[in-house]
Ligand binder design. Structure first.
Ligand code: SF4
Ligand code: MG
Length: 329
């Protein structure tokens, strides 16, 4: 609820006013057991910071994070440690997030013992079960990370995340570093696990084709704010925010030649250090009007498909043009 994370930049000796990177501002959403909420947007939009702030790997500047009604942001270190058992994270780089000097067994054992999930033989048995759950087996247990492929390493990371029987897993670009052929296997594994275990996922990704496959709902972030949030089907069928339309039309299109007028947003994203006034998207938005550079649009319900959109012109129909082939010379 209203999650905010601002990073002050060191004010130099001659600088009176400190600069602040507004990485995440006023982000609110819920995710239910068995549900996947995807957070999408360009790099630097604040999606990873949101994920880390939820886990309190970063201290939020403001706002509230509740897991099963328990406020995470105000927990003492001891209570937070206990609560961490219920929320785990899977990262993009399955190699970098595994200790190269620890075997798979040691990697899985660590959180099991730390959180008192099991001990002795029951802990060993739980390791074996976890390996099976993610499609590996007992004979992988005493090997080291470098002995595995990227996909297998991500399976190990998922097993580690599952080791404490969490309720929520924040997946930060979990398949982006993997070969396309392996991506589907990992996404399918995550989906199977969700069904079996009733896990809630916050699934952070810039890859819309993966998001389309896995998400129940999607939150689109731009420069630290959610600009559109909608059920996945609704979002892909009828994106209402010009930025969402740009993102979707920049992804590979099913119908070659058909494009929306709002083609891939022009130019690079402005920085979260000095976000543009009004609607932060206005310098790149083909629909921007004078109002857009002055007043920031609040997230509001648009249409009857459950979409929340932060755009002054979200009620206007999406402009669609047919691309014509350039005249032959
Ligand atoms: Fe574009 Fe204006 Fe909507 Fe922002 S508020 S997305 S600038 S039309
Ligand atoms: Mg990121």
């Amino acid at each position: 609820e209203s999650l905010t994370k601002h990073f002050p930049l060191g004010g130099g000796m001659f600088r009176k006013v400190k600069n602040v990177v507004q990485a995440v501002s006023d982000v609110s959403f819920t995710v239910a057991a068995g549900e996947t909420l995807a957070i999408v947007g360009e790099s630097g939009c604040g999606k990873s910071t949101t994920g880390r702030a939820i886990m309190r790997l970063l201290e939020p500047t403001a706002g509230s994070v509740k897991l099963d009604g328990e406020e995470i942001t105000e927990m003492s270190p001891g209570k937070l440690q206990a609560a961490r058992r219920n929320m785990q994270m899977v990262f993009q780089d399955p190699f970098g997030s595994l200790n190269p000097r620890m075997t798979v067994r040691e990697t899985l054992m660590e959180p099991i013992l730390l959180h008192g999930v099991a001990s002795g033989e029951r802990a060993q048995k739980w390791v074996t079960d976890l390996l099976k759950t993610v499609g590996l087996s007992e004979h992988h247990a005493d090997r080291y990370p470098h002995e595995f492929s990227g996909g297998q390493r991500q399976r190990i990371c998922i097993a580690r995340a599952l080791s404490t029987r969490p309720r929520l897993i924040v997946c930060d670009e979990p398949v982006s570093a993997l070969d396309v052929s392996v991506q589907a296997q990992i996404v399918n594994l995550l989906q199977d696990l969700q069904q079996k275990l009733g896990l809630a996922y916050v699934f952070i990704s810039h890859d819309l084709s993966v998001v389309r496959h896995i998400a129940d709902r999607v939150a689109v972030m731009y420069l630290g704010r959610i600009v559109e949030q909608a059920p996945a089907e609704q979002l892909f069928a009828d994106p209402r925010h010009p930025y969402t339309r740009a993102l979707i039309s920049a992804a590979p299109r099913p119908v070659p030649g058909l494009r929306t007028a709002v083609e891939a947003a022009e130019g690079d994203a402005p920085s979260a250090l000095n976000p543009p006034s009004g609607c932060a998207f206005h310098p790149r938005c083909p629909l921007a009007t004078a109002e857009c550079s002055q007043a920031r649009p609040e997230l509001r319900q648009v249409g009857d498909g459950g979409a929340l959109v932060a755009c002054h012109h979200a009620d206007e129909p999406a402009p669609v043009v047919l691309e014509t082939a350039p005249p032959a010379s």
